[in-house]
Design a protein around this ligand. Structure first.
Ligand SMILES: [Ca+2]
Ligand SMILES: [Ca+2]
Ligand SMILES: [Ca+2]
Length: 176
């Protein structure tokens, strides 16, 4: 399914470095990344037709997290983010993938084959390119809200993986 994917070098805020894709990919126009007012950071880049974009952010250049959105295709892409941190680093992780021809398909696809869609993974802090992206185990079987329903089942049911979905029967005991 995956043709090629590419990580840009990290962009320090205000540095606005350019990054070019290697290999046979159509070159990726550089991303602009600037600090706004009141702890906001703004990323802007020009999309390439057929390309899926993930965004990674870091506060220390060591631990990287996927931002909770996905972009697709040509045209201008613009995202604002908020952070209390004085340092904020960003990089694009993009790829040209077979069978992904729209934003909907980019969000619904499961690039690492762990049973969780790309958008589910980035929304809830998992890695869409790794089946086991935390030390706790496979992403699909994790149960962060400890309601006994694993992430794969939460996704299938359309329930919220961070909110308990098992109704707890409360028995009110009357004291006489
Ligand atoms: Ca997945
Ligand atoms: Ca995953
Ligand atoms: Ca759960």
């Amino acid at each position: 399914m995956m043709l090629r994917d590419q990580l840009t070098p990290p962009l320090a805020c205000l540095a606005a470095l350019s990054a070019m894709a290697g290999g046979d990919l159509v070159p990726q126009p550089p991303m602009a990344f600037v600090k706004g007012q009141l702890g906001t950071f703004h990323a802007d880049w020009e999309g390439v037709a057929g390309r899926t974009y993930f965004t990674l952010f870091s506060l220390d250049l060591e631990t990287w997290h996927y931002a909770p959105f996905i972009e697709f295709g040509e045209g201008s892409h613009s995202r604002g983010m908020e952070s209390d941190s004085p340092k904020f680093f960003l990089r694009l992780h993009y790829g040209d993938f077979e069978n992904i021809t729209s934003l909907d398909e980019a969000m619904a696809a499961d690039l690492d084959g762990d049973g969780l869609s790309n958008i589910f993974e980035v929304t809830y802090g998992y890695d869409p390119f790794q089946t086991t992206s935390t030390i706790d185990g496979p992403d699909g079987s994790l149960d962060p809200d400890t309601d006994g329903i694993g992430n794969s089942s939460e996704q299938a049911a359309g329930s919220a993986p961070m909110i308990k979905d098992n109704p707890i029967l409360e028995l009110k005991v009357l004291v006489e």
